[in-house]
Design a protein around this ligand. Sequence first.
Ligand SMILES: *[C@@H]1O[C@H](CO)[C@@H](O)[C@H](O)[C@H]1NC(C)=O
Ligand SMILES: *[C@@H]1O[C@H](CO)[C@@H](O)[C@H](O)[C@H]1NC(C)=O
Ligand SMILES: *[C@@H]1O[C@H](CO)[C@@H](O)[C@H](O)[C@H]1NC(C)=O
Length: 262
Amino acid sequence: MFHVIVTVLVLISTICNATIEENGSCAEEKTIPNGGRIEVTETAYHNRFSYVVSLYDEEHNYVCVGSVLTSRLILTTSTCVQPKPPVTHVRVNTRDSYDGGEIHYVKEAIMYDQENYTKNDIALLLLKTKILDVHPVQLVSPSDVQVSKGDQVLALGWGKMDNNVWPQYLMGVYLEVSPDEKCQKFYSGGDSWICTENKITYICAGSAGAPILFGDKQVGVVSHGDIDKRGMTCSSNQPVASVNLLKYLDWIQTYTQNKTYA
Ligand SMILES: *[C@@H]1O[C@H](CO)[C@@H](O)[C@H](O)[C@H]1NC(C)=O
Ligand SMILES: *[C@@H]1O[C@H](CO)[C@@H](O)[C@H](O)[C@H]1NC(C)=O
Ligand SMILES: *[C@@H]1O[C@H](CO)[C@@H](O)[C@H](O)[C@H]1NC(C)=O
């Protein structure tokens, strides 16, 4: 049943993109170029977002996004580090995905859930060497105002743009948080996910591991949706699921507060 629904939605969306309607959601999709994604300027990157890092495989292909927790720990998803291509190194302190900053190699990938990494899609990368210029991300805390439906959150990363173009510079896009009922219709696991609409403004393949920010704090890590199956545009009726960090703060702390990983 689930597959039937997804297929139908994809079909409708494909038809809409081929014939732009005068009104309705299809026309709306076309009003914002590239799903509302905008380039993060050099100044904005260094002042506010320099904890966003890009992850690479051994052939220097861009794989995923991550965020800096400490001088040796990077937060990302398990699907980014498992099973392959394995992430071998990260580039930090640059908004350019192929130039500048510092390169650090990965010593170990630590997954929350080895058995079923799509269920608890969160992982840490332990670096071999320490980041020299460290700008850690601030994580959500239980006493913060929590995200709920209709809130605008910011996703940051180097995921694919429309027309199969990959950006050189870090991009940001505001996404709307989906209602819980809609999230649960597509993804089991209840409040371990934060869902965001991916229709008018949207993200695409290569966004996994991207930090989801609410205010100045990271509340989620982009996990999955139907963003990987799509071609020229990633606009979709299916929301994207991000790991709800609030559920994993204790686990993260066991590593960030342990001297072995400092
Ligand atoms: C689109 O416009 C037509 C005619 O102006 C109208 O009949 C139709 O209901 C509209 N559709 C939507 C989805 O608003
Ligand atoms: C892994 O978790 C996902 C999401 O909860 C579930 O759909 C899938 O069946 C699980 N797979 C295994 C092998 O347990
Ligand atoms: C720190 O991590 C190491 C290696 O995983 C573990 O053996 C040790 O018990 C941890 N220490 C604390 C205080 O949790």
